[in-house]
Design a protein around this ligand. Structure first.
Ligand code: NAD
Length: 252
């Protein structure tokens, strides 16, 4: 859930899963995106596409009713969905409006709880669920603002859901990706500066690709990670461990 085009993190994940033999279904947000998602889905052998706008709970229910009808059960789910008003992804967090706070939280955080609950119901032999987060959840990233607050709540949801579903063998984890040039990523003011800063200061001195996020997702969604739940796993070139930029990078 969350492919908008071939730059989407969800697409990097889907491609990697398909390359390793997974059978996939895709959701798309609205008819305009169907035109982009359908050829991508077809290219990995999937013709199961269902519309889903997480603001409309009936469409979420329809996704899982369709999966129940077609497959009866599922093994994993990827939630790669976020939204906030672009005008509030700049300036001060303090100026966030009540309306956009609610909308951001419902789409970027609460949708994960609603979706995970329905997915877990279809995981009859255990399963694995992941969502996508960003380090702006625990440390202040200029302009990330309300999205950082939503990601903090999303990461807390991962831990509570991991506890709820653990007894039935369903694991819940998050991947915290470094900045990647996607539609959503470009919505953050000065995103280019974020990319450049990451390149200059992350231990690996570069940003990460959607394929690299896909590799870590494959691990978390497969039995390779059968003992892992409730985790926030960083795929960010190591940026999260840095306190002060390296003096050599500062001198350059
Ligand atoms: P993207 O724009 O390709 O994907 C965002 C997706 O969210 C789109 O497919 C869009 O259709 C979907 N979406 C938004 N509102 C929706 C709604 N109401 N109902 C259903 N779907 C809705 O961008 P992306 O960067 O691939 O984002 C995927 C996830 O990765 C997001 O949670 C984002 O916060 C997270 N993330 C992104 C970055 C980055 O730098 N790009 C870094 C860390 C985490």
């Amino acid at each position: 859930m969350g492919v908008a085009n071939d730059h989407s993190i969800a697409w990097g994940i889907a491609k990697n899963l398909a390359d390793h033999g997974a059978q996939l279904a895709f959701t798309y947000q609205g008819e305009a995106l169907r035109k982009r998602v359908e050829p991508l889905a077809n290219s990995v052998g999937s013709n199961l596409l269902v519309p889903c706008d997480v603001e409309d709970i009936a469409s979420v229910d329809e996704v899982f009713a369709t999966l129940a009808r077609k497959w009866g059960k599922i093994d994993f789910l990827v939630h790669a969905i976020a939204y906030s008003d672009k005008n509030e992804l700049k300036g001060r967090y303090a100026d966030t409006t009540r309306d956009n706070f609610s909308k951001t939280m419902v789409i970027s955080c609460f949708s994960f709880t609603e979706i995970a609950k329905r997915a877990a119901d279809l995981m009859h032999d255990g399963g694995s669920i992941i969502t996508l987060t960003y380090g702006g959840s625990t440390r202040v990233m200029p302009n990330y603002n309300v999205m950082g607050v939503a990601k903090a709540a999303l990461e807390a949801s991962v831990r509570y859901l991991a506890s709820d579903f653990g007894p039935q063998g369903v694991r819940v984890n998050a991947i915290s990706a470094g900045p990647i040039r996607t539609l959503a990523g470009a919505g953050i003011t000065d995103a280019r500066l974020m990319f450049n800063y990451q390149r200059a200061h992350a231990p690996l001195r570069r940003t990460v690709s959607i394929e690299e996020v896909g590799g870590s997702a494959l691990y978390l969604l497969s039995d390779l990670a059968s003992g892992v739940t409730g985790e926030v796993h960083f795929v960010d070139s190591g940026y999260n461990i840095i306190s002060m930029p390296h003096p050599e990078a500062l001198k350059a």
